[in-house]
Design a protein around this ligand. Structure first.
Ligand code: DAH
Length: 341
């Protein structure tokens, strides 16, 4: 019996050492330590031993049991450790693999368009200025010849911060900001920037968008200067063959006022889907600065006259890139934005 115990001990420990998978460990446990395992059958064998030997043999078998159990736990822990370290080394970074290139980002289509517009006007001697997005009622309306209750205010509803402070509806108040410190010297500026309108968002109108305002004031500025400036712009922006026309219109801050049309870039005036069959595309509102606005800017309308215009860079970008919905610009969808650089 003692030989049997020793043989079992040797064999069990040897096999335990060799068990190197979770399945082998479990198989080992079942064959030695489970209810029907070899250790228990050894214990049942005590029955056949001489009664006086039984206590000693029983103790020996129990010692073996404890040692096998401890051996099993230790082997199990070592196995877990080996498994963890194998997993870590499998995860190790292969420094020879190509990296994930960092995305450097890109300029927004509006920014790209604004830069091009500014470059063109810069070439005609216009300086680039900025004026506040949060404006007073006085600058957004009154100084532009729209006193309280003027019906034209209906065209420019906006977001009010207080009764007299608002988000500007157009860049035209920039005309006053540009004129006041400069008057009465000749002036040539463009003012790009964000504008806001309280209106339904549709494919054609956003509650936030950009404008570029233009203003030139001097002793002999005429409507033909206005036409020359805008025609030069249209040709540099949309192609040398472009031609423009003025259509009579109304703005409180200009007199006379016009809408500026350009022959359609797609059908060259024959009429198509883009120009809705008219052959013309509207690209700006414009006019000669109203005498009252000149006065509000500190100029004497008998000595100076001015030309002014306002255009929407998103609309221009939409025409050039055939974008049919202005909402793409500010809905932060990279599938749209990453097409332009
Ligand atoms: N401020 C006008 C608008 O938002 C656009 C405009 C029209 C600007 C005529 C001008 C101008 O400077 O002369 O609808």
């Amino acid at each position: 019996m003692e030989d049997k115990i020793r043989a079992l001990s040797d064999r069990a420990l040897e096999e335990l050492e060799k068990a190197d998978t979770a399945e082998a460990l479990e198989a080992w446990r079942l064959s030695y330590l489970s209810r029907k395992g070899e250790l228990n059958s050894l214990m049942s064998g005590l029955r056949d031993a001489a009664p006086e030997d039984r206590p000693r043999l029983g103790q020996e078998i129990n010692r073996l049991k404890v040692s096998l159990q401890e051996g099993f736990t230790a082997r199990q822990e070592r196995f877990e450790e080996e498994r963890r370290s194998r997993a870590v080394s499998a995860e190790q970074v292969d420094v020879t693999l190509p990296g994930i290139p960092p995305s450097p980002g890109r300029l927004h289509l509006t920014t790209l368009t604004l830069r091009k517009i500014c470059r063109i006007f810069h070439g005609m001697g216009f300086e680039v200025l900025e004026s506040p997005e949060v404006e007073s009622d006085e600058y957004n309306f009154e100084m532009l010849n729209m006193p309280p209750h003027h019906p034209a205010r209906d065209m420019w509803d906006t977001f009010y911060l207080t009764e007299s402070v608002l988000l500007r509806t157009h860049t035209s108040p920039g005309q006053i900001h540009a004129m006041l410190p400069a008057s009465p010297k000749p002036l040539r500026v463009i003012l790009p920037g964000r504008c806001y309108r309280y209106e339904a968002v549709t494919a054609r109108s956003e509650f936030m968008f950009y404008q570029v305002e233009g203003l030139a004031v001097g002793p002999h500025i005429t409507l033909s200067h206005l036409k020359g400036v805008l025609e030069t712009f249209a040709r540099q922006m949309f192609g040398e063959e472009r031609t423009i026309r003025f259509r009579g219109s109304y703005f409180p801050f200009t007199e006379p006022s016009v809408e500026v049309d350009m022959d359609c870039i797609l059908c060259h005036g024959r009429g198509c889907r883009i120009c809705k069959g008219t052959g013309w595309l509207e690209i700006a509102g414009a006019g000669m600065v109203h005498p009252k606005v000149l006065e509000n800017g500190g100029y004497d309308p008998k000595e100076h006259s001015g030309l002014a215009f306002g255009m929407g860079p998103e609309r221009i970008a939409m025409l050039i890139n055939r974008v049919d919905d202005i909402r793409y610009f500010y809905s932060n969808d990279l599938r749209f934005l990453s097409q332009y650089s």
